[in-house]
Design a protein around this ligand. Structure first.
Ligand SMILES: *Cc1c(COP(=O)(O)O)cnc(C)c1O
Length: 343
């Protein structure tokens, strides 16, 4: 089988949830948007519910379906994108709680689904989603009379503990919500680590569950093992791959393995990343192609059957650093072609 295998350690995921839960005295929910950060929303949500998560968050209503199917009818699922035109049926059928972002969404919701639970998302400074102060002040009385289940906002700089934006957003969120008596949520992974004043009633971590920064103690959750299709001898002076960008400096053994940029392994990693044959580092040589990578396995003690791109020696944040991006993007970019194996 030439299909690469993405092994997903659900026990590590559960332990990461427990570790984040232990960082606060409040309820720890789980953000499982973008198909559970690429790992499979149903599997991830099911495992987290078993670990003790009692509430889930997705980005768009459609994502709530797989989560609802995985966790059963009881636990609440919130939708960050709120109530969009055409969402009423799915919100009702899957029993999802839209986090309303504007007066428009509020009107739409009260009209289409009177009596259906909702929350409110407030903008405390990020200027991305949520009602701004003036908008909120205009409708707060109407909203509060209808028992919203949650008031939330989102921090723009929570991965930088010293950033003054954190305290500023905390002040704004307090100003908008103090005295309301409605459960509140401000923090994702980064905010949990900022300390108790950021915790309010519910936290909603994502990336830390999946093993990424800024939760540095997170256990790795993914291993990406890519099968070797063939190994050839390449003589000193010969080239490898498209564009002849790699010229062998010595006689070497080159393995051709079965994954490429179509699987989220960015072409910008050409000649720049190391894979692992067990504990032996093996550099990628030449260009990343759509379905294949070429790897110098000369130093491997025996010809490998698989090479790891992600695993104990290298996580999503290491790959992200090479590409000047963040682990979130590497994780959510892992393509649909991998066999996802859960254990
Ligand atoms: C994605 C997201 C989260 C989770 O953030 P992490 O940094 O992955 O923990 C929480 N809240 C909102 C509004 C989000 O968009």
């Amino acid at each position: 089988m030439a299909q690469a295998v993405l092994q997903i350690d659900l026990t590590a995921l559960q332990n990461n949830w427990r570790a984040l839960d232990a960082r606060s005295d409040v309820e720890t929910a789980a953000t499982v948007k973008a198909n559970g950060y690429g790992l499979g929303a149903g599997h991830v949500a099911h495992a987290l519910a078993h670990a003790g998560a009692r509430r889930f968050f997705v980005a768009v209503a459609e994502e709530g379906l797989a989560v609802r199917a995985a966790i059963g009818p009881e636990l609440p699922i919130h939708v960050y994108g709120g109530h969009m035109e055409g969402d009423a049926r799915i919100l009702r059928d899957a029993d999802l709680i839209p986090m309303l972002n504007s007066v428009d969404q509020l009107s739409r919701h009260l009209e289409a689904l009177p009596g259906h639970p909702f929350g409110i998302q407030l903008d405390s400074g990020m200027n991305r989603l949520g009602m701004e102060l003036a908008e909120w002040e205009a409708v707060a009385e109407i909203v509060l009379a209808r028992d919203p289940v949650l008031l939330m906002s989102h921090l723009a700089c929570s991965d930088e503990a010293e950033h003054p934006m954190n305290a500023q957003q905390l002040d704004n969120f307090r100003y908008m919500t103090d005295g309301t008596d409605v459960p509140r949520s401000l923090s994702a992974t980064g905010g949990i680590l900022l300390g108790p004043e950021y915790h309010f009633d519910i936290t909603r971590p994502g990336i830390g569950l999946y093993g990424g920064a800024p939760f540095l103690e997170a256990l790795p959750v993914v291993r990406l093992a890519i099968p070797v299709i063939q190994i050839r001898e390449v003589l000193a002076g010969e080239s490898v791959g498209y564009g002849n960008t790699y010229i062998a400096p010595r006689d070497m053994q080159v393995a051709t393995i079965s994954a490429g940029y179509a699987d989220g392994i960015h072409r910008a990693l050409s000649n720049r990343v190391t894979l692992w044959a067990g504990d032996t580092p093996c550099p990628l040589v030449g260009r990343v192609s759509m379905d294949l990578l070429t790897i110098d396995v000369t130093d491997a003690p025996e010809p490998p059957d698989f090479l790891d791109l992600l695993g104990p020696h290298q996580g999503v944040d290491d790959i992200a650093a090479l590409l000047d991006t963040i682990g979130y993007e590497i994780l959510t970019g892992l393509g649909p072609r991998y066999a996802r194996q859960y254990f």
